[in-house]
Design a protein around this ligand. Sequence first.
Ligand SMILES: Nc1ncnc2c1ncn2[C@@H]1O[C@H](COP(=O)(O)OP(=O)(O)OP(=O)(O)O)[C@@H](O)[C@H]1O
Ligand SMILES: [Mg+2]
Length: 274
Amino acid sequence: MKRAPSGTPTSTDTTATASGGSSTAKASRPGTVLLGQGMTRTYHARTVLHGVDLAVTHGQTVAVLGPSGAGKSTMLRCLAGLEPLQEGTVAFQGELLSKAGTAPRSAGGRIGMVFQQFNLFPHLTAAQNVSLAPRKARGMPTAQAHARARDLLTRVGLAEHFDHYPYELSGGQQQRVAIARALAMDPELMLFDEPTSALDPEFTREVLAVMRDLADSGMTIVVVTHEMDFARRGADRVVFMADGRIVEDGPAEDVLTAPRQERTRRFLDQILSE
Ligand SMILES: Nc1ncnc2c1ncn2[C@@H]1O[C@H](COP(=O)(O)OP(=O)(O)OP(=O)(O)O)[C@@H](O)[C@H]1O
Ligand SMILES: [Mg+2]
């Protein structure tokens, strides 16, 4: 399990129990970075998230596991303010991002997202991909944005690939550029949706190492993954989802080695026998 940065509340502290009456009051509870309450998402009259609650504490790494169609990606998009809710709220750093019945507000670069597909601009180099958003959205001078891109690409092990185009990079390298691109906006939270599932094992390891490094630096992370080893060693907390609900939520070691729910046990047995 990842060592919690000193002073960071532990995973026993993740259930919202603050005395404040409104969601905003609860979200401003010290230590809570992201708070989804009663999140319900319906597509074409079919509900795929059923009143899901999730509170993420500063510095925590949360691994989200579950079978295909469980609603993991949908939950992540709702938490990022990228999808409207039919019921419930999402608050980020105490600010309401999303509320049923209104259009959600994206947190901009303050929530960094990395998807299975890297979505880099093919006509831009690694450095240009990383420096684009700070230049365009934040007005950062080009020289400064490029210097920062160089630092970030070095941090993810790509110092030599600064001027390479995506087609000149492996999948693992492209995914690390995508991570550097998200970091360029100084996020306070990173959401990863199966960041390694399109990669070969060798490249998967490189990307997981970067994520471990980020987690160890104190970044707050929510990651949907099938990498059980990462969940076990890199996450503080595991959330298991099935059928649009959180079935089990607790310290990674407990959920993975001694799941309390039959549904979790079945999933883990199946994934470990693959
Ligand atoms: N834009 C959409 N329109 C209609 N239905 C959708 C949409 N996005 C997701 N769904 C449905 O919502 C359910 C949950 O999908 P979601 O992608 O969140 O699952 P998941 O747990 O991420 O699965 P996977 O492991 O395969 O990525 C699925 O039944 C899916 O078909
Ligand atoms: Mg998904």
